[in-house]
Design a protein around this ligand. Structure first.
Ligand code: ZN
Length: 133
């Protein structure tokens, strides 16, 4: 599964994913073919996720997210306050939220809640020992 990304710098479809860490044989082969780029074994925050094979420009998900956010602010928010946004989109958002409640999604939340309960249980035990006199 090799994905090709459009380079934000030169707009060519020559962006590949940068893989960090020790590459497997398969990944090393792909890197030789120029299907992915290897980022090395050192993993640091804010490293780029993609590299352009044409112009060597590197960019990351964080940057794309920031750009998407700016676009959203410009096109959707348009200086509206959060309260205004909520009033405007409440029903629509609720419908969308309901539509995204697939059985898998609900099962995931069920599991997450279970994890939370266990965590709280531990906390309660902690309180007990503290208030036990
Ligand atoms: Zn490029």
């Amino acid at each position: 599964m090799t994905r090709i990304f459009i380079c934000p710098s030169c707009s060519k479809k020559t962006g590949v994913e940068i893989i960090y860490g020790m590459p497997s044989e398969d990944l090393a082969k792909k890197a030789e073919l120029g299907e992915i780029a290897l980022g090395g074994c050192v993993i640091e925050p804010n490293q780029p996720n993609y590299r352009c094979m044409s112009c060597s420009f590197e960019w990351g998900r964080a940057r794309q997210f920031e750009e998407a956010k700016q676009q959203w602010l410009k096109e959707t928010v348009k200086g509206k306050s959060w309260t205004q946004m909520m009033d405007d989109g409440d029903k629509e958002l609720n419908e969308k939220a309901k539509a995204s409640m697939t059985p898998e999604y609900l099962a995931m939340w069920g599991n997450a809640e279970k994890d939370c309960d266990e965590g709280e249980g531990e906390d309660r035990d902690g309180d007990k020992t503290q208030t036990n006199f």
